[in-house]
Design a protein around this ligand. Structure first.
Ligand code: SAM
Length: 258
């Protein structure tokens, strides 16, 4: 018997009418992290055969919008728009934008390269796909939008995770129960796209304009508040930005300029 036929989620998908066992991964991830809600606009990158599209359509309901993209054709799903297109191509962003008619609340990506069996190469190609998905997410998402991407683990994983952390307020790596035990796949769950003028790790010179309740300095950059630990009112400091939240950021002083 093929492994899939013995598989609990494979059988369940057949019984419950999902096109792929991976549907349960999205259901479990959403149960835990609440990425997709009723009425949302969702873009699914690498969506064939359409298990995640079915789940996204269920979760967003009648008021929601779901757009799927894959290199392979996708059998139609009523209420879902699909394109046969490459997520690494810039032109795909325009196709999706037009179909959405606005910005997306959530971008999800379960894309996987055709496996060569050479792990380093498959890992690198998986990271490339996820990086394309992240670039698309940055162009498609509204501020505070959510992002989910599958990545095969390997030595490039930490760098990619750090790239995602620069763009979103909260980011975690997670493996749902429906992922096979032996699988090296990992899902990056990223919430609240940051749209402020600073990113974690930025170094800049600012003037402390006021003091917060806790006595920390507050600098404003394009109307965005940066809380600077151990800074005095009126001084100009070189800071390094740490955690960034949708409405403010924290920073440490690197150097005092007077
Ligand atoms: N989440 C899907 C579901 O529930 O049905 C399963 C996705 S499957 C694991 C991965 C998909 O990524 C494949 O259908 C593959 O064609 C697609 N893919 C790989 N590279 C792609 C690319 N450059 N552009 C679009 N799709 C891609």
């Amino acid at each position: 018997m093929a492994r899939d036929q013995r598989d609990y989620y494979y059988r369940r998908a057949k019984e419950e009418g999902y096109r792929a066992r991976s549907a349960y991964k999205l259901l479990q991830i959403n149960e835990k992290f609440h990425l997709i809600k009723k009425g949302d606009s969702v873009v699914d990158l690498g969506a064939a055969p359409g298990g995640w599209l079915q789940v996204a359509h269920q979760l967003t309901g009648k008021e929601g919008k779901v757009v799927g993209v894959d290199l392979e054709p996708i059998e139609p799903i009523p209420g879902v728009v699909t394109f046969q297109a490459d997520i690494t191509k810039e032109s795909t962003v325009d196709l999706v934008k037009e179909a959405l008619g606005g910005d997306a609340d959530v971008v999800i990506c379960d894309a996987a390269p055709n496996l060569s069996g050479a792990w380093d190469m498959d890992h690198a190609r998986s990271i490339d796909l996820s990086r394309s998905a992240l670039a698309m997410a940055e162009k498609l998402l509204k501020p505070r939008g959510n992002f989910l991407a599958k990545v095969f683990q390997g030595d490039m994983f930490p760098d990619f995770l750090a790239e995602v952390k620069k763009e979103f307020s909260s980011v975690q790596a997670h493996s749902p129960a429906a992922s096979r035990k032996e699988s090296a796949e990992m899902y990056i769950v990223a919430k609240k796209l940051l749209s402020g003028p600073v990113k974690p790790g930025d170094v800049l010179d600012v003037q402390i304009e006021s003091l917060g309740k806790s006595g920390d300095g507050v600098a404003m950059v394009d109307g965005f508040a940066i809380i600077v630990k151990n800074a005095r009112l009126g001084e100009t400091v070189r800071i390094k930005v740490g955690a960034v939240k949708p409405n403010f950021a924290f920073a440490d002083v690197l150097d005092r300029k007077g």
